[in-house]
Design a binder for this molecule. Structure first.
Ligand SMILES: Cc1ncc(COP(=O)(O)O)c(C=O)c1O
Length: 471
């Protein structure tokens, strides 16, 4: 069985590679540490995370179940703060709530002293309910409703990231009516297309996000933000995409945007004080993935900005980064129980589990792939190639296609790795499926931080034809 190079690997009780069963075909036992949470280890043939036995947890709390390694999340937060601060003293790290949000998660974020990027009134409401300080909250979004803008202004969020002229006008009217000045960043699209799935590219000219830089729109946005009452322009924002491996894309985008900062100074006399370069650092979903480290990312962002502003003889702005996925994706796994196994001779074997596209839409949405293992056979070699199917009424409801797995039996606990980001936050109630619970594990303790939904939850918004509530 794989061993862990990090701290958890050295804990007592970790099992050694098991001898194959007498009838077990030979197979690879890969090291899955690159995709699993940092405290993952194998004891007695079973997968443990945060000192908790995943097989017992699944059987006690039910499946499907999201499990998050608290130590891994805190570690990522500290790494971001450490590596950006190492390169420049004035970098603010904003966690992008959309990757995974819960009140408990935001309490951890607050304890660690990071800031928060929200993308909707709902995310803002959860943050405020968690007691997250408004002065460390930012709000972005390409079409914030007037109500969301009002909620953000009333909450006193630190910055609103403006995406369009209409929004600037609306925000100005809201701020003036309240007699306040709302600090704003203007989002620009630098015309950079990073190499990632087209659905998560956002920095190209053909984008619904932000002010394009190629037809003078971005300059118009900046000028309006400077003129409008109730708006205090603080700087620029960009976000070129997600799951980015090639850091040169950031360097190129920074070159373009700092060039624009210089143009703004020339045309308006205004010097940009803050520059937010967004999020997007890629993570390992599969064993061949080799994402950049937070250290490398921090260096490219900070050095890139410093070099470019020096070239244009501009002051170094305050910098912001907005990681989402890289903070939480590898901290999480999803546990399922294997319900049925269907062999289609000479084609494939479907292993069906008690969840699917309702708790993880990414394979259907992006053709995303995952590494899987059986938690109760974690020290066995992966000798089979199977397709993990969900339980929903769509042929595309597959969690992992043609993946290596240990010999699988009905009742096994399947662990899908690297599901901490954009799974729970994109979960749905399709087929009136109740959404799974979220459990944080740490030091041998498992804390439910989001309970599993019930049928009553499903009915809680329903009204009969005569208007009476059902639940
Ligand atoms: C504006 C903005 N910032 C940050 C993020 C976080 O990106 P990631 O999770 O890839 O780090 C996103 C994700 O879509 C985003 O839209």
């Amino acid at each position: 069985m794989w061993t862990r190079p990090r701290r958890a690997a050295r804990r007592e009780g970790q099992s050694m590679l098991a001898e194959p069963m007498p009838d077990e075909p030979k197979g690879e036992t890969p090291d899955l540490s690159a995709v699993l949470p940092m405290t993952a280890e194998v004891r007695g043939g079973r997968l443990f995370i945060g000192g908790v036995d995943m097989t017992d947890l699944a059987r006690e709390r039910g499946t499907a179940l999201y499990v998050m390694d608290e130590e891994h999340m805190r570690n990522q937060m500290r790494e971001y703060v450490r590596w950006t601060a190492y390169h420049w003293e004035d970098v603010e790290v904003l966690y992008a709530a959309k990757a995974f949000t819960s009140v408990a998660m935001l309490q951890i974020l607050d304890e660690e002293g990071l800031s928060l990027l929200t993308a909707s009134g709902g995310e803002l409401a959860v943050a405020l309910a968690a007691g997250f300080p408004a002065e460390r909250i930012y709000m972005h979004g390409n079409n914030k409703t007037p109500q969301e803008l009002e909620e953000a202004v009333d909450a006193g969020v630190h910055r609103i990231i403006a995406d369009s002229l209409e929004e600037l006008e609306r925000l100005s009217a809201i701020a003036v009516a309240r007699g306040v000045e709302q600090p704003v960043l203007v989002r620009v699209t630098p015309g950079i297309q990073p190499s990632t799935h087209s659905y998560i590219q956002t920095g190209q000219n053909d984008s619904k996000f932000g002010f394009g830089m190629n037809h003078g729109l971005a300059m118009e946005g900046v000028k309006r933000a400077l003129e409008l009452p109730g708006i205090a322009l603080k700087g620029l924002h960009m976000h070129i995409g997600s799951q980015i491996f090639a850091l040169q894309s950031y360097a190129k985008a920074i070159e373009v945007v700092v060039g624009f900062v210089e143009e703004i100074r020339r045309e308006t006399g205004y010097t940009v004080e803050e520059l937010d370069t967004g999020g997007g650092l890629g993570i390992a979903y599969g064993l061949p993935d080799e994402p950049s480290t937070i250290e490398q990312y921090g260096k490219v962002i900070v050095d890139g900005i410093k070099e470019e502003v020096e070239r244009h003889d501009l002051p170094v702005p305050k910098m912001m980064v907005e990681p989402g996925r890289s903070m939480v994706a590898n901290a999480g796994v999803t546990l399922y129980t294997v319900g049925t196994i269907k062999e289609v001779p000479e084609i494939r074997t479907y292993v069906a589990v008690d969840g699917g596209m309702t708790d993880n839409i990414r394979p259907a949405l992006y053709d995303a792939g995952y590494e899987c293992l059986i938690a109760n056979k974690a020290d066995r070699p992966r000798t089979e190639v199977v397709t993990i199917a969900g339980k929903h009424c769509e042929t595309g409801d597959l969690i992992a296609r043609d993946v290596e797995l240990q010999r699988v039996d009905v009742g096994d606990v399947l662990c899908v790795c690297a599901t901490g980001a954009y799974c729970r936050s994109m979960a749905s109630n399709y087929n009136s499926q109740v959404r799974p619970a979220v459990v944080f594990v740490r030091d041998g303790e498992a804390r439910t931080v989001v309970r599993r939904e019930t049928y009553d939850d499903l009915l809680s918004c329903e009204l009969r034809l005569d208007g009476t509530p059902v639940a």
